[in-house]
Design a protein around this ligand. Structure first.
Ligand SMILES: Nc1ncnc2c1ncn2[C@@H]1O[C@H](COP(=O)(O)OP(=O)(O)OP(=O)(O)O)[C@@H](O)[C@H]1O
Ligand SMILES: O=C(O)c1ccc[n+]([C@@H]2O[C@H](COP(=O)([O-])O)[C@@H](O)[C@H]2O)c1
Length: 281
């Protein structure tokens, strides 16, 4: 078995806002530049989290006047204290591995997860607006002219549904987010989207609903459950993330789980899969 890759420790001291994949210049200056911000636990990141960005990119292209100029994942900080939340450094590393391997336009911002305190989503979106529009002046259209970027929350229907659950979000934050930023909402099985949006009608012009044409209900909860049951998680999360989870023994029964690589299997592979070289021929 190879030695575990040490978890890098990103810190606030070496923090810089990631813009390496921010589009330098718009393709169509007539359109409105759009930045997508996905907030959540990402414990761990799954293919569905990445797929949300792609679904939204198709939606924006075919059904809106927006042109996407960048996408960011903003994992929540350790202070969120949700069940199953791995340490922020691990979640950051897994998100980074997933986008490094699988995307040319999604970035991971470490500002929120590196903060000791919990940051409400309204403040997270303010941070992106400040970095993209105040510090950088927006994005270039043509001939050096710049346009302010529309910052929007990218979320699943379950997250928007929590906005109707009393006591979860401050009413003034809901108004602030949906009035100033808006949201792109991906349908999720188990959540009635009409019901979820019923109390948010006053902001309906700023809420875009994206249909999942291929129903996919991967969740981080299921990944953690599979790990506890010593079941395979391959092809549900990106391969480098499977390796990372194995190497760092994340989400196992007692904080650790066996690595099957030693049996000749790939990391994360099912124990029920045949072991190479064990056939009788
Ligand atoms: N299968 C899915 N369909 C639609 N949206 C999803 C799906 N999985 C995650 N999301 C969305 O991704 C964002 C971040 O999700 P989060 O990290 O909470 O993942 P999760 O799988 O719901 O986590 P957990 O199972 O730990 O609650 C949220 O907006 C959530 O609604
Ligand atoms: O800003 C708020 O008041 C607020 C209230 C509830 C949830 N959120 C955010 O929504 C996300 C929920 O993630 P999760 O994993 O609990 O589904 C996470 O990023 C939270 O910070 C934010």
């Amino acid at each position: 078995m190879s030695a575990p890759v040490a978890a890098k420790t990103p810190t606030m001291d070496n923090y810089t806002f990631p813009v390496n994949r921010l589009k330098k210049q718009m393709d169509n200056p007539e359109k409105t530049p759009l930045a997508l911000i996905a907030c959540g636990s990402f414990s761990p990141i799954t293919y569905l989290h990445l797929r949300m960005f792609e679904m939204c990119a198709d939606f924006a292209r075919f059904s809106t006047d927006f042109e996407i100029v960048g996408g960011w994942i903003s994992p929540v900080s350790d202070a969120y204290k949700k069940t199953g939340l791995a340490k922020a450094a691990h979640r950051i590393n897994m998100c980074q591995l997933a986008v490094d391997q699988g995307s040319s336009w999604i970035m991971v911002d470490t500002w929120e997860p590196l903060r000791e305190e919990y940051t409400v989503t309204a403040e997270v979106l303010d941070h992106f607006n400040a970095e993209i529009n105040d510090v950088r002046g927006g994005v270039e259209t043509s001939g050096g002219a710049k346009k302010k970027v529309h910052i929007a929350l990218l979320a699943g229907a379950d997250l928007i549904q929590t906005m109707s659950t009393p006591g979860v979000w401050a009413p003034e934050d809901i108004d602030y987010i949906l009035r100033n930023f808006g949201a792109f909402i991906v349908e999720r099985s188990g959540t009635d989207i009409d019901e979820a949006l019923s109390t948010l009608q006053q902001w309906k012009d700023n809420i875009y609903v994206i249909q999942q044409l291929v129903q996919n209900d991967i969740s981080s909860t299921k990944i953690r459950l599979f790990r506890r049951r010593d079941m395979s998680i391959r092809y549900l999360v990106p391969e480098p993330v499977v390796h990372y989870i194995e190497e760092h023994s994340l989400y196992g029964e007692d904080g650790g789980s066996s690595t099957h690589e030693k049996d000749g299997k790939k990391p994360g592979e099912s124990l029920g899969a045949p072991t190479p070289g064990s056939s009788s021929t």
